[in-house]
Design a protein around this ligand. Structure first.
Ligand code: GDP
Length: 194
């Protein structure tokens, strides 16, 4: 069965997403970010949803542990590349630019972009979920999404790119669109594999 991997920095709403997709109440949301170091796989019928650990900075987590988690994610994706139909990468609309600015000041490539590039280099076409859009004023949506679009090396307007999906996962908003995008990619993947 094809796999759909879920990636994102900790606290972006990854558990909220996995819970919406699986309907399972035992997926932990909030409180202790990054605690899910285990790789959880859920059989959703057409595909396997793979919940990968959250990456990047987490308070109280030593740098070497962060690196270890990132390596684990990278290895999983590399080793399973031929089975992965798509990756759902989630970012937090509100804190995204702040985080990017901090990485930029240190002269480093932001981990979100690094992950995105890594995935696309493996010929996996990701779905970029821009979560927590409720924290952005409605009139600023297009500006924020265009900015994110440019950051991921796509020219605005963001709407022309079908891989960007704004969402308020806390309220279930955007989930149908994400499911639609996943289905398109899973169907295409199955067609190409036979
Ligand atoms: P994870 O660490 O990526 O698995 O993130 P969680 O799903 O545990 O969510 C982290 C925090 O973000 C929780 O307090 C959620 O309630 C909150 N959250 C998730 N989705 C949204 C959203 O759409 N809007 C807002 N404002 N908060 C959200």
């Amino acid at each position: 069965k094809p796999k759909v991997v879920v990636v994102g920095r900790s606290n972006v709403g990854k558990s909220t997403f996995v819970r919406l997709m699986t309907g399972r109440k035992d997926v932990k949301v909030g409180k202790r970010p990054g605690l899910t170091l285990k790789i959880n796989e859920y059989d959703l019928g057409d595909y396997i949803l793979v919940d990968l650990p959250g990456f990047g900075y987490m308070s109280g987590l030593p740098k070497n542990v962060q690196e270890k988690i990132k390596d684990e994610i990278v290895h999983y994706i590399e080793n399973n590349a031929d089975k992965i139909a798509t990756a759902v990468q989630i970012i937090d609309a509100k804190s995204f630019f702040e985080i990017v600015r901090r990485w930029d000041e240190r002269g480093e490539i932001p981990i979100d972009l690094e992950m995105f590039d890594f995935i696309t280099d493996l010929k996996i076409s990701p779905i970029l979920v821009v979560n927590k859009m409720d924290k952005i004023k409605k009139e600023d949506w297009d500006t924020v999404l265009d900015g994110i679009c440019e950051f991921f090396k796509c020219s605005p307007p963001w709407r022309q790119w079908k891989f960007i999906v704004p969402a308020v996962l806390k309220k279930g908003q955007g989930i149908d669109e994400i499911k639609k995008r996943i289905k398109e990619r899973v169907d295409l993947f199955k067609k190409l594999k036979v």
